[in-house]
Write a protein that binds this ligand. Sequence first.
Ligand SMILES: Nc1nc2c(ncn2[C@@H]2O[C@H](COP(=O)(O)OP(=O)(O)OP(=O)(O)O)[C@@H](O)[C@H]2O)c(=O)[nH]1
Length: 247
Amino acid sequence: MQAAQEPSKQVKVVLVGDGGCGKTSLLTVFAEGYFPETYTPTVFERLSVKLQVKGKTVQLQIWDTAGQVDYDRLRPLFYPDAGVLLLCFDVTSPYSFDNVLNRLTQTDRALLCRPWPAPLPNQAEDPSVAKPHLPPSPAVVPGGEPLLQGRAHHARGLQDRPAYGQVTVKQASEDAAGASDLQQGREPALGEGQEMARSVGAVAYLECSALLQENVQAVFQQAAKVALSSRGQNIWRRITRSFCVIT
Ligand SMILES: Nc1nc2c(ncn2[C@@H]2O[C@H](COP(=O)(O)OP(=O)(O)OP(=O)(O)O)[C@@H](O)[C@H]2O)c(=O)[nH]1
């Protein structure tokens, strides 16, 4: 007699990061197995992908979000019930790197760290609401769980992306919310990415390249593991894992 098949676990994953930093490409390589040749800005899209994690089938519900600033207030609406956030940036774009801190942690995380429904960042502070733990304060987020930060990246030394760098930097600069020495056009070094991961309290840090199809599976495997490890926690615990990606 055949054993009843165990229903697969559902995990919600949300990809966030500057417009044009490579979220859709990363997801397309993972879900469809090919690198998309044309750039079409995403609004909000969901893909469902099955993955084997420790011998068990996991159903990933992956939300690809719009990176443009116009959607900054809409994006956090996709966070409730998420098991993991993938914070993405482009290794050739210092702006998208800075924006992981400047935009994603100062605005989106501010919303994440408040009870739902969250007040918008420019609304007056409500003293009855717990203050969010924002960088550089300790990496504590709702439920007290550590964040996960990964880093996906175009492998350096493999000639990836010279043609895309300018386009991406231009795109990202329109979204830039803060200045740093990285805006001189220098790519963030590996150590800087890891440092940033620590400063936002991420619990993992990965690099990958969508174009070269390197480490893409590992990013989502790691995301699934982290999300599963927080299952059974309350809703806020389940949205506290975040993951930073460079593509
Ligand atoms: N060279 C190289 N280019 C990439 C890579 N990943 C993405 N790109 C290019 O970067 C551009 C933007 O990629 P997308 O994946 O659409 O970026 P996105 O973050 O989804 O953008 P939005 O939908 O606007 O938020 C496209 O021209 C891609 O071809 C990569 O790994 N290497």
